[in-house]
Design a protein around this ligand. Structure first.
Ligand code: HAM
Length: 434
């Protein structure tokens, strides 16, 4: 018996997925609201390449950050360049800011973006290898009002989309002056507790003790309760900066929660950090809808002058999951079909193709099912699409220059000259609007 040849099939790579037509409305909706609100708050759109020189991220985000250490897609080109698929947008935007000399423009330079990012993570709920973010960055402004405005603009994107049940976690992680001191305090606190920490935390203790706060293991979480809190160790400048942000957030009634354990995983942060968390999520820190903070040293690390900056980025996938779970209503993006073109025979089909083009120029929405030959089947499609009128061009009409105009609600039909078809529809549309 002849052996069956196995046919090779393909699937989207692990951690990636296709955005199929029924889901496109969520993407369009988020992008629309982000664009509208970003523009309102004075942010201009920027797009950067999806890959960059790899050292941009390792220097910008920090060699010990998890993203750089474990999650970057790095590859060598034939020419020998070491590139990385962007794991986030902030470093690329800081690079573009420097490359294009944007520091001479009026500051702060406020930019927004939206697009795919790449991290090699184990795929799980709300965690993908190719995922999508939108974000806001305000570069060249140290005043706390910029932090508050980024948070405020993002908050209103969520509200405008109809997402509820989330809050804003905020903390200050200090600056170059006060953070090293707190690091020492934290280390000396944990030194005597080392034996009681899990193996991951033992490593965190050595490499980056702030990450001790991220641990989800019960004994480590319990030990956290007695740990010193950075708020008490902030220098005067950081303390005042943070106080002002909270006052701005109070003023605008934003639902924030002080979280002394929030440090965020990227090394470029200083002073403010924030995350948007879901209220009913058992592990909200692992499913943050977005987050960000100040990165006053990043531009300098990348070769520029010291430049204060603040921003945040938000995950499309998690937002869409919540929109679906909360049954958020999405306004219909497809305009309602007014006219359906039905045809019988090759000549009629040709005429209908041309007629469709004429309708497009008038702005009247038309649909067709040119692949179908039975008029009955085409009328069924017209009905399903909710067309108000059907123009039927049979073999006879194609030859004698007439066309049948059928009103779907009543079934009434009349025969009119083909060249009057658009005019007739326009008249009926106008009469309906009266
Ligand atoms: P991030 O916290 O790494 O920050 O990412 C921001 C958001 O992107 C997360 O809260 C989450 O919603 C989404 N996200 C991250 N990784 C994944 C993933 N693997 N799958 C699905 N969604 C994900 C940043 O990226 C910073 N650049 C934010 C920022 C802007 N800071 C200052 N400016």
């Amino acid at each position: 018996m002849a052996s069956k040849k196995k046919i090779q099939t393909y699937q989207a790579p692990k951690g990636t997925y296709d955005i199929l037509p029924p889901d496109q409305k969520y993407w369009e909706r988020i992008n629309k609201i982000v664009r509208e609100l970003a523009v309102f708050y004075g942010f201009d759109r920027i797009d950067t390449p999806i890959f960059e020189e790899a050292p941009l991220f390792s220097r910008g985000l920090g060699l010990t950050s998890e993203v750089v250490e474990k999650q970057m897609y790095v590859f060598r080109t034939r020419g020998g360049d070491e590139l990385a698929l962007r794991p986030e947008g902030t470093a690329s935007i800081a690079r573009a800011y420097l490359e294009h000399g944007m520091s001479v423009l009026p500051q702060p330079l406020k930019l927004y973006y939206s697009g795919p990012m790449f991290r090699h993570e184990s795929p799980q709920k709300g965690r993908f290898r190719q995922f999508h973010q939108w974000g806001l960055e305000a570069i060249g402004e140290g005043d706390a009002v910029a932090d508050a405005q980024v948070i405020q603009a993002a908050f209103h994107v969520f509200k405008e989309l109809g997402i509820s049940g989330f809050n804003i976690q905020v903390n200050s992680i200090g600056c170059k002056k006060c953070r090293p001191h707190f690091r020492d305090v934290l280390k000396s606190h944990y030194r005597s507790l080392l034996k009681r920490l899990c193996s991951d935390c033992k490593r965190r203790f050595k490499e980056n003790p702030f990450r001790l706060f991220d641990c989800k293991n019960e004994p480590c979480v319990a030990l956290r309760q007695s740990a010193p809190q950075i708020i008490e160790y902030l220098c005067e400048e950081c303390h005042n900066h943070f106080k002002q942000i909270l006052e701005f957030l109070d003023e605008t009634n934003l639902p924030y929660i002080l979280n002394p354990y929030l440090f965020r995983g990227l090394d470029y942060y200083s002073q403010t950090v924030f995350e948007f968390w879901l209220e009913n999520e058992p592990n909200p820190g692992n499913f943050a809808l977005g987050g960000g903070g100040r990165y006053n040293y990043l531009i300098e690390i990348l070769g520029g002058k010291p430049t204060p900056a603040v921003g945040g980025a938000f995950g499309f996938e998690r937002m869409i999951e919540i929109m679906k779970a909360q049954k958020v209503k999405i306004p219909e993006v497809r305009p309602k079909i007014k006219v359906f073109l039905a045809q019988l025979g090759i000549l009629a089909k040709r005429r209908c193709l041309k007629l469709m083009e004429d309708f497009r120029r008038t702005g009247i929405t038309v649909a067709e099912s040119f692949g179908r030959d039975s008029i009955k089947a085409q009328l069924r499609v017209a009905d399903r699409l909710g067309a108000e009128w059907v123009l039927i061009l049979g073999q006879k009409e194609a030859l004698d220059g007439s066309i049948i105009l059928r009103e779907m609600s009543s079934g009434a039909q009349e025969i009119i000259p083909q060249e009057k078809a658009i005019e007739a529809i326009k008249k009926r549309l106008a009469a309906k609007q009266k």
